[in-house]
Design a protein around this ligand. Structure first.
Ligand code: PLP
Length: 356
């Protein structure tokens, strides 16, 4: 039995939207499209035509990149769309819940709230590098828990879960919950994707995005990697023509050997910068702790967070403050070497002033 048996019955009963058929070299009078191409349209596939309902070539290219057969991949508008669709598909409003880890990525909670799904949050400890206790995580699930969200590397802490940890959760929730492993930052980590576990676990769903390692956040493109029934179910609820022609063409280009090579070099640079900045921050008296990170950011605890936020803002640098269980902490994205230097210099200046 597929894990889709735990999805909302009305979603399972849905059939994909029946769009006008598209056949090359035909006179297309079946979709109310314009018969002319605008002079403002520079694309390979003319914009007067609807894009493919689902972008076939792009799907194949992403499947190759992420190491799955095409039938196990759905192209999405960033992984945000995937999170939204999964919660809508699996959770009955006012009845079902998701389980996730805190501190964690706030979008899971946001989309759960939109759908009216409850959120059960398992706190992780800074002293355990924010790795949650696996028994508490599994105990937080009950019969109405349809989705468990695990983010690895985790945003905003930067730490990763081991493959064994993820396998144990998949095993414990087999047949009961889908376990969504959000790998938005995996390219910055030495760990491998858990996508290889798809053969063993039909309740595994992996999310990938082009927003981070490929520098394509503005394009809004990501992918769900899952077993066929999950992909087919999401396919039935995703908007027809979700991926626009300009995005499809640009992403196809980004997936060429040349630009993938560039992205790999840039990722290596970011990782080297992350370690350099981590070390430099560790030498500043204002810094109390920098957690190890497998992502393109660092979580840092400061003695006086407010003065850090003020000083960096005055230097024209934006950092991310979350409050709540991270009240003394700031998340710092790794920028270019010059941007990172500007940050270190603003913090160095602040340390100097607090000494004077
Ligand atoms: C952990 C995680 N998942 C998913 C996303 C969403 O990314 P996108 O919708 O750009 O693919 C983000 C964005 O910051 C993220 O940090």
């Amino acid at each position: 039995m597929s894990i889709t048996a735990r999805a909302r019955p009305e979603i399972l009963a849905l059939r994909p939207y029946a769009a006008a058929v598209q056949v090359e070299d035909t006179i297309r009078l079946n979709a109310n499209e314009a018969p002319w191409t605008s002079g403002a349209d520079p694309h390979r596939r003319p914009l007067n035509r609807y894009p493919e309902i689902r972008p076939g070539r792009l799907r194949a290219a992403l499947a190759e990149r992420f190491g799955v057969p095409s039938r196990r991949l759905l192209v999405t508008r960033g992984s945000s769309e995937a999170i939204d669709m999964l919660i809508r598909a699996f959770c009955r409003a006012g009845v079902d819940s998701i389980v996730t880890v805190s501190p964690g990525f706030s979008m899971y909670r946001h989309y759960a709230a939109i759908q009216g799904a409850a959120v059960r949050s398992v706190a992780s400890s800074p002293d355990a590098d924010f790795i949650p206790d696996i028994d508490r995580l599994i105990d937080a699930c009950d019969d109405n828990t349809r989705l468990v969200f695990l983010c690895s590397p985790n945003n905003p802490t930067g730490t990763s879960l081991t493959a064994d940890f993820i396998r144990l959760v998949l095993e414990a929730r087999r047949g009961r919950s889908a376990v969504v492993v959000d790998e938005a930052y995996i390219e910055f980590s030495a760990r491998e994707s858990v996508v290889g576990m798809l053969d063993d676990f039909d309740n595994l769903i992996v999310l990938r995005t082009l927003s981070k390692a490929l520098a394509f956040a503005g394009a809004r493109c990501g992918a769900v990697l899952a077993r066929r029934p999950v992909v087919d179910m999401l396919d039935a609820i995703q908007a027809p023509y979700a991926m626009s022609t300009p995005v499809v063409e640009r992403v196809e280009d980004a997936l060429s050997e040349r630009w993938l090579g560039e992205a790999a070099n840039r990722v290596a640079e970011i990782v080297a910068e992350r370690e350099r900045v981590r070390e430099a921050l560790g030498c500043l008296p204002l810094v109390q702790r920098v957690w190890p990170s497998d992502a393109n950011f660092l979580l840092v605890r400061f003695a006086d967070v407010r003065s850090v936020m003020d000083a960096t803002r005055q230097a024209g640098i934006l950092l991310r403050y979350f409050g709540d269980d991270l009240a003394d902490c700031v998340r710092i994205s790794i920028g270019s070497p010059e941007e990172n230097e500007a940050l270190l210099s603003a913090l160095g200046g602040l340390c100097q002033r607090s000494k004077d």
